[in-house]
Design a protein around this ligand. Structure first.
Ligand code: ATP
Ligand code: MG
Ligand code: MG
Length: 357
């Protein structure tokens, strides 16, 4: 069988590897850690820094296609392997998604609407950025942020420069606080032939900047905004000649969908697709990067709800298994650090008209 290389060894790589195994592929994880959630379920691992050119080159030679599960893989070293093996999605998608400012500009140029934003590379730029964003605002480090890390809020009366330092004192986007009714994501898979399929959009709820719950179907207010959001996501995928699963996050507002950010990969808000859709986001990502036809993305249930197990939440697993309707996923992480995603639990309902699980 063929070997799929995955850059990054987190839970997304683990679930991609499990989906790949079902289709007869073996996975080779490339990650800096000696052991990783992805590495533990894959046929091979390379533990090396993402910038180790010799290790990258040997990895590329061992793989038939290479993909990413971690969006902050340094892009420049990938050039060393691009002539040896297809990289899917292309490093261009990765490069744009690694910089919030580039991502916002790219999507705005395609007609997407984002919150008003400015860019503060140094503390001297903060006032001008705040003049655009207004207050309240959110300061987000331009690079490397996830799960709300590298962010600070500016409320009336706050010193924006002090907040910029709190967000890391690094180049940062400063955006206006969006008064949203709800949050949702658009997740699509695109094959090398340009075929695009969308999953139902999940309604997402965050706690302390971290995704807590995703549910389908989403509220009627969201569903009404999904077509416009999908049209934008398809434009983004086409503009990047994207191959694989792509996610765009949106705020549903009174004036329609507001683009928040994109992820050039499978997404936490799509974990419900493992049990809740005909084909999961993980399987369709594997199909797409391997040039196989995409699977049906329609709901395989009437409703689904996924809840993240963060930090100590994971210790609830015996109780969670006590309810036979729970689909429990644990990522094999050995230490329950506060704020760390340790697993998730999905409930689906097969009954028409049953209330939200
Ligand atoms: P992840 O990549 O894990 O989704 P992140 O660290 O990249 O998270 P964002 O998605 O930008 O961060 O923000 C996290 C959450 O904070 C959002 O889902 C939303 O709930 C809230 N948030 C972010 N930006 C804004 C905004 N401009 N207005 C209102 N709420 C916001
Ligand atoms: Mg993000
Ligand atoms: Mg986000």
């Amino acid at each position: 069988g063929s070997t799929i290389g995955i850059m990054g060894g987190g839970q997304l790589g683990r679930m991609l590897s499990l989906a790949a195994a079902q289709l007869g592929y073996r996975c080779h994880i490339f990650a800096p850690e000696a052991t990783s959630p992805g590495g533990e379920v894959s046929a091979a691992t390379t533990s090396a820094d993402f910038t180790d050119l010799a290790a990258l080159s040997a990895f590329a030679e061992a793989c038939d296609v290479v993909t990413y599960e971690f969006e902050n893989v340094p892009v420049a070293p990938l050039a060393a392997i691009a002539d040896k093996v297809p990289l899917r999605p292309s490093p261009k998608a990765l490069e744009i998604a690694q910089s919030r400012i580039d991502e916002k500009r790219f999507v705005s140029d395609l007609g997407g609407r984002a919150a008003p934003y400015g860019f503060a590379e140094t503390e001297g730029d903060v006032a001008a950025a705040i003049a655009v964003s207004g207050i309240p605002a959110i300061i987000k480090s331009n690079r490397m942020g996830y799960d709300g890390k590298g962010q600070a809020r500016v409320m009336p009366g706050d010193d924006p420069v002090a907040r910029w330092h709190e967000a890391g004192g690094v180049p940062a986007i400063i955006e206006g606080f969006v008064e949203f009714d709800a949050e949702f994501s658009v997740i699509l898979a695109r094959g090398p032939d340009g075929d695009i399929r969308f999953w139902d959009s999940a309604q997402n709820e965050h706690v302390a900047g971290i995704l807590d719950l995703s549910r389908v179907p989403a509220s009627a207010a969201i569903t009404a905004q999904v077509p416009a959001a999908r049209a934008l996501a398809a434009k983004v995928a086409q503009a990047l000649d994207y191959v694989g699963v792509l996610t765009l996050e949106f705020f549903a507002t009174k004036d329609g969908p507001v683009f928040n950010e994109m992820a050039p990969r499978v997404h936490n808000s799509g974990h419900w697709t493992i049990e809740g859709a005909f084909t999961s986001q993980f399987e369709n990502h594997i199909r797409a990067i391997c040039g196989l036809p995409l699977g049906e993305t329609a709901l395989a249930c009437h409703s689904a709800q996924m809840r993240n197990l963060i930090g100590e939440d994971a210790h609830q697993w015996p109780e969670l298994l006590g309810d036979p309707a729970n689909h429990l996923h644990l990522y094999g992480k050995h230490r329950a650090v506060p704020g760390r995603k340790m697993g998730h639990v999905t409930r689906i309902s097969l009954e028409p008209g049953a209330s939200q699980p």
